[in-house]
Write a new protein. Structure first.
Length: 464
């Protein structure tokens, strides 16, 4: 008994020390496992949050492109009305139909008159219908302002082709401008989320020691964040509302600049198209026969010449900018056309956001990427138009095509038929109203890869 007691006394200090070390190791291990587990859970949560933010960014980008297409749907009726004022092809078609109807009536009148004269010879009487129609016919024939049928067909040819080219460039430019505007506006939200992702990513790569320090000061950090929160009192809410109102007005003013393209800028497309259509189609009369390929070649030459003027010359960027956006001296005029007096007053007080947005849009328009995208849009619009025209002339001249195919030759059609189908092509491309959501032309242009690539660059590249 005394021997055991002596052993215990002899080794008591060692046993206490060993027990303390073991307890310390166990406690440290348990705490470390707990902290590591908590750290891993936190990192997993951050990764999930980052993934969610990325999905939100991607979803927001997709929604922005969809919004741009819906905006074009809403603007197409405006473009259609504007083009109809200077390029009213329907009026010419109406006059041609009137000429045709007048010819039928005069032929019928002559037939009735001939029959009446024969009856009159036998009965000694004449028809009153013939007597009533004869003065009208002679009066109509004496109208010096009436255009001949050949003049009307020639005017229809030039106007329908000019309108077709103008629609191609105006719609392509409007889609390009709308994509730039909406993606630039959406970039603000993107920057905030992108910064959040970057901060979270960097913090997730920090060491455990750094995380332990943050965890140790978690309460202090939470208190600091609470202090930094903006108070929600009435004295600040009014100021915040004023700031939001000003920002909203600046953004609406920025979007309203599409008015320039719809009301002024498109006239440059029309001017170029008129001269070039006259040059490449002026020598053709309505009865001249062309194959679809020959017609397409002439139309392609017109578009190529317009591209040379707008997209290839050394000052092409500036020329395109003047079409899409007004000169700085005319910006006030555009704003007066689109905003009310109250919005203008707020804009006069602070237009910082508007200036930033316009400057960024100008840089985007001046980039080579925008010129490439516009050229791609025009090329695709040309292919769509030619496909539609080829289908229309085929339907309207089915018998002629069958005869030509039997002779193993490419079918030819009158220039008059190409003029009419070009007019119908414009109507299809400018389809608006309830059916505009089914506009295949807009859907095709909206799906061009180059346009999506440019939108993504504007949306995500800070140094575009």
């Amino acid at each position: 008994m005394s021997g055991r007691r002596s052993i215990w006394q002899r080794h008591r200090s060692k046993l206490y020390f060993s027990s303390a070390i073991l307890a310390t190791l166990l406690t440290t291990g348990a705490v470390s496992l707990y902290l590591i587990k908590k750290w891993l859970l936190r990192q997993q949560l951050k990764i999930s949050e980052q993934q969610f933010v990325k999905e939100q960014i991607k979803r927001r980008f997709t929604q922005t492109q969809q919004d741009a297409l819906y905006t074009i749907y809403e603007l197409m009726p405006v473009l259609s009305l504007v083009l109809a004022k200077d390029l009213d092809v329907d009026e010419i078609v109406g006059e041609l139909k009137g000429k045709k109807l007048s010819r039928h009536l005069s032929q019928r009148s002559a037939s009735v008159k001939e029959d009446g004269e024969q009856d009159g010879l036998s009965s000694g009487m004449s028809t009153s219908l013939t007597d009533a129609q004869a003065p009208r016919a002679s009066f109509a024939g004496q109208d010096p302002t009436a255009k001949t049928k050949a003049e009307l067909w020639n005017e229809l040819k030039l106007k329908s082709l000019t309108k077709l080219c103008t629609v191609i460039y105006s719609t392509s430019s409007l889609l390009l401008l709308t994509r730039l505007q909406l993606n630039i506006l959406a970039r603000r939200e993107y920057i905030e989320t992108a910064v959040k992702v970057a901060v979270d990513k960097e913090s997730s790569q920090s060491s455990i020691a750094g995380w332990l320090a943050n965890w140790w000061h978690a309460e202090t950090w939470a208190a600091v964040q609470e202090d930094e929160k903006e108070p929600e009192g009435p004295e600040l809410s009014e100021k915040a509302q004023q700031a939001r109102r000003s920002s909203y007005i600046n953004e609406q003013a920025f979007l309203s600049f599409s008015w320039w393209l719809l009301n002024r800028g498109w006239l440059q497309f029309k001017s170029l198209a008129e001269n070039l259509v006259e040059r490449h189609f002026g020598d053709l009369n309505p009865r001249d026969m062309l194959t679809v390929e020959e017609f397409g070649g002439r139309l392609s030459s017109v578009l190529h010449a317009i591209n040379q003027e707008l997209l290839v010359k050394t000052d092409a960027e500036q020329a395109l900018q003047m079409i899409l956006l007004p000169d700085p001296n005319l910006e006030q005029f555009v704003l007066q056309q689109t905003l009310d007096s109250e919005a203008l007053k707020l804009l006069y007080e602070d237009n910082t956001v508007l200036r930033q947005l316009l400057n960024e849009t100008t840089k985007c328009i001046e980039s080579t990427a925008s010129l490439i995208v516009l050229e791609s849009l025009v090329n695709d619009a040309y292919q769509f138009a030619m496909s539609l025209i080829a289908d229309n002339v085929s339907k309207k001249s089915k018998q002629k095509i069958d005869q030509d195919n039997s002779e193993a030759s490419e079918p030819k059609f009158q220039m008059a038929l190409f003029s009419i189908t070009s007019k119908h092509c414009c109507d299809e491309m400018l389809k608006s109203g309830i059916v505009s959501m089914n506009n295949l032309f807009l859907q095709r242009l909206d799906s061009i890869t180059e346009l999506d690539d440019l939108s993504a660059s504007v949306y995500s590249n800070f140094g575009f």
